[in-house]
Design a protein around this ligand. Sequence first.
Ligand code: DQA
Length: 146
Amino acid sequence: MKVSIINGPNLSRLDIRDSSIYGDLDYAELVSFVQAAATTHGFAAHIRQSDSESEIISWLHEAADESVPVIINPAAFTHYSYAIRDAAELVKAPLIEVHLSNPLSREEFRHTSVISGVANGTIAGFGPNSYVLALIALKALIESTT
Ligand code: DQA
């Protein structure tokens, strides 16, 4: 089972972001952790990060064209990118939104997700385990529909 795992802006700089919010793993460690969890749960994961809205949109188009499920942490784009939302809507395989932190417990501008409405579900607030929970949920979704 393939899964495209897409990480948005500034997640590559977890090493210098607030560790009380985002935890202690740097981006390379997060990728290793998620890659290992994906393997454990039977997925071949393609994990990518971009600060560019356009690149993230092209990866969503690719997932739509190839019918690959998606786990996406859109980072700050979560809160305002209608372009990413429209691209996410094109993905007909399951798509799960994840966040390391719980945006609802943070500043008000983070309380809106323009992505959630086109995701199968959202998992937030569990640090790197948000991705693991998303992989488990994705596997269950795929198994229930095949
Ligand atoms: C985030 C939450 C967003 O509000 C923030 O802009 C991020 C990371 C998270 O994983 O907790 O960059 O998506």
